[in-house]
Design a protein around this ligand. Sequence first.
Ligand code: ATP
Ligand code: MN
Length: 434
Amino acid sequence: MILRTHYSGEITPNLNGAEVTLAGWAHEIRDLGGVAFLVLRDREGLAQITLVKKLVDKAMFKSIRSISRESVVQVKGIVKAEPKAPRGFEVLPSEVNVLSAAETPLPLDPTEKVDCELDTRLDARFMDIRRPAALAVFEIESAVLRALRDFFYEKGITEVFTPKIVAAATEGGTDLFPISYFEREAFLNQSPQLYKQMLMAAGMDRVFEIGPIFRAEEHDTRRHLNEAISIDVEVSFKDDQDVMELLEQAVAKAYQYVAKNCSEQFKVLGLDLQVPKVPFRRITYTEALELASERENVHMQWGDDLDTETEKFLGSAIGEHYFLTDWPSSIKPYYSMPYEDKPEISRGFDLMHPRMELASGAQRVHDYNLLVERIKSKGLDPAGFEFYLKAFRYGMPPHAGWGLGLSRLVMTMLNLENIRDAVIFPRDRRRLVP
Ligand code: ATP
Ligand code: MN
């Protein structure tokens, strides 16, 4: 038996008279006595199934009433153009089968008639994503990934995977999740940073990786999770300026692609996407500090990291994507290249959306001795980085790269309040299931 011949979105009034089989969920059932409506929902939307009591089999008419909402149903019937129906057609069924009945009560209402707490939604995520607005987010996310991958392939960048189970921290520190690895301790990787750099020594020249990063940060914010997807790029014989260009192009491509290919999803979300214009503004850390110091009662010292409030202030002052460049070396990681003539400043940069940081990158230190010195200056022990440092002793090209947070890109693109709305099964301090 064919379970489905068409999605609801494939049916148009000009299929009038055709026999189709639809399959999906019982979104709504209305029994008006002489006529009953079953609204079937699939990935593409809703379809109205109309049963006129006088015209259909009695048993079938009766059985409609006993279908519980959100049961999986299959309907075979004839398409009838019907201007009064929501999408200009209805289906007059010859067969209605319940493939999987839903229990009652439902953990939440996918028809969005009642508002629902985020926690309730996440607890029953499978049901939550039946809501078209939740589904649209993840369909757009998939399109973003496709656009980015296409862009990387176009630029001759090779996709790689690096290990997520590692022996040492990328940047030292306490943000690591320890795991037991046979008779040893291991960790979940904070970022592919060290590995993608080693691939520059391997002569892979340009690599990208899209994969999870793990941060054991305890903070509870709307833009941090303990597991996130990072889009990482590293390229040889390029500098910070080159990879900033690559980054802004990647972001613009993602916007352009979804603007072109996800119009249905944007309609569902009620959003009108504005594609950001490249090049993005470049603002040095020092300029940003001056701007931020215009606020009353704010006294910031050169060398201070920019806190959330400052990021927000700058974001609303600037109002569009921008790069923050020329950071103090003291607050950028050891692998960021200091300027030769003013080593207190580094060739690290952040890509900012007015609401938050989206990406960090830098021209990297490729000189072995400088790297060792930089590791020590951060209070770290080079001995712990031997597997990484080794790659710098036998011919390491100059290189640069960045890491971009997928969910932050999507949440800012779609104006979502909470990063949890951009992650199917988010992991935070309190949430480990589902
Ligand atoms: P922040 O300062 O916002 O906490 P970060 O500077 O610690 O971020 P990086 O180490 O620079 O983060 O990671 C690169 C990118 O990965 C970030 O710009 C962000 O988009 C994403 N990212 C990092 N940590 C998280 C997290 N805990 N949850 C979600 N995304 C993250
Ligand atoms: Mn960062």
